[in-house]
Design a protein around this ligand. Structure first.
Ligand SMILES: [Zn+2]
Length: 96
């Protein structure tokens, strides 16, 4: 089962409580600074977790960041290889 993500706005945690009716009550810890008041009832704990963790924009941004970090690593490796080749050429011409 996935772990509950913290509130996207204030970082405070959510809490899931099982009710006597075998449903799951989702609540946001009040902290005085966040306007999110997520008080919902779900038929399963998984549905409550899915509701909290559903962050399509954040997930897309995380994937994009990983892609860009991969590109940056490739560019850095190419730059280092070019720099080494350049330094070898400079050393060779200095010896001539
Ligand atoms: Zn919040």
């Amino acid at each position: 089962m996935d772990e509950l993500k913290p509130c996207a706005y204030c970082g405070e945690s959510f809490e899931i409580t099982k009710t006597i009716h075998e449903t799951y009550y989702l609540s946001h810890k009040p902290n005085g600074i966040c306007l999110v008041s997520r008080r919902q009832e779900f038929f399963s704990e998984e549905a409550a977790i899915k509701a909290v963790n559903n962050r399509p924009i954040e997930d897309a941004q995380t994937a994009r960041i990983a892609e860009l970090e991969g590109n940056l690593k490739t560019i850095t490796e190419l730059r280092d290889k070019l720099l080494i080749s350049y330094m070898e050429l400079v050393n060779e011409s200095a010896q001539d």
